[in-house]
Design a protein around this ligand. Structure first.
Ligand SMILES: Nc1ncnc2c1ncn2[C@@H]1O[C@H](COP(=O)(O)OP(=O)(O)OP(=O)(O)O)[C@@H](O)[C@H]1O
Ligand SMILES: [Mg+2]
Length: 277
């Protein structure tokens, strides 16, 4: 089986990328070896998965792996491995140390090397992406096989999606990435609010087939997934297992042309373009 590399992304902050990455990675690791890469300088997923407080880890991180070839994976539980994040993995770090023609392929190169050196090749790699359009996010979108877009039903989340889709389009058009969009996960849905209900209808109209059937509701126990001192509840773990099943079934049916077809469809483009009207 080819390794599936999921970039969990949205250029908007606070939509649930880290929450989704953690829930999904744990679910995937129940089936097969899974590597989690924390690409965000906030390192929330690193602290949560390691069950430590900030600053309690001073070993090698993704920064040393990218820049100094120092790779140390942490085996968190049976099949789940972590390459910890670095609070210093800023875009400028990659800019200043790598020749321009290699900048976008640094992460892809690192993942290939990890796969070559790992006894049990990883079936899944989960990239928890930062909320910006910088070089780090672009590296993730070049290295990943699938983008998994997470969104909240607030006014600004759909703007984040549009920016992200532009970023993905540009990378594909320049021949830098072959990434496909696995789908969009609605997170933190609060059906009791009129705003969420209205925005849900709008998002469905704009992105219909991209939206996963599984949605993650606003839930205090989901909130606790990004907390090093909390163990996830069974029903929350179950929710992400359900999501994993839908994701895996979807990607087995996503043809390489799917995104191209959607882009070439002018009606669909109009719908997306008309979002600001
Ligand atoms: N379904 C949910 N129900 C309740 N709270 C949630 C839900 N999803 C996420 N949260 C909370 O929202 C906050 C932001 O979530 P998270 O850190 O996963 O977002 P993010 O997109 O990774 O943020 P950033 O862009 O800063 O990296 C966290 O406090 C998290 O616990
Ligand atoms: Mg995050």
């Amino acid at each position: 089986m080819d390794t599936q590399i999921f970039a969990i992304c949205n250029q908007k902050g606070g939509v649930g990328k880290t929450t989704t990455s953690i829930g999904l990675a744990r679910a995937l690791a129940e089936d097969a070896p899974t590597l989690f890469l924390d690409l965000d300088t906030q390192c929330n997923s690193t602290y949560t998965l390691m069950g430590i407080n900030e600053d309690e880890y001073d070993g090698p991180t993704v920064k040393e792996a990218l820049l100094e070839d120092k790779v140390e994976l942490i085996n968190l539980e049976n099949n789940l491995f972590l390459l910890p994040g670095s609070d210093d993995l800023e875009d400028h770090v990659l800019f200043t140390t790598v020749p321009p023609h290699r900048i976008l392929r640094q992460l892809q190169k690192l993942l290939s090397k990890i796969q070559e050196n790992t006894q049990n090749k990883f079936s899944y790699i989960v990239l928890d992406c930062p909320p910006s359009k910088g070089i780090v996010l672009q590296n993730a979108l070049v290295a990943a096989t699938y983008a998994l877009i997470v969104l909240k039903l607030d006014t600004y989340s759909s703007k984040g999606i549009k920016k992200l889709i532009n970023t993905i389009d540009n990378l594909i058009e320049e021949g830098d990435s072959k990434i496909k969009i696995a789908g969009m996960l609605i997170n933190d849905f609060d059906k009791s609010t009129e705003m969420d209900r209205n925005n849900f209808v709008k998002i469905q109209e704009m992105y219909s087939s991209y939206i996963f059937d599984t949605m993650i509701n606003h839930n205090q126990y989901v909130r606790k997934l990004v907390n090093p001192t909390q163990k996830p509840r069974k029903n929350i773990t179950h929710m992400y297992k359900e999501f994993k099943l839908e994701l895996l079934s979807r990607i087995s049916n996503v043809s390489p042309q799917k995104w191209g077809v959607a882009k070439a469809n002018s009606n669909k483009e109009k719908k997306i373009a008309g979002e600001n009207k």
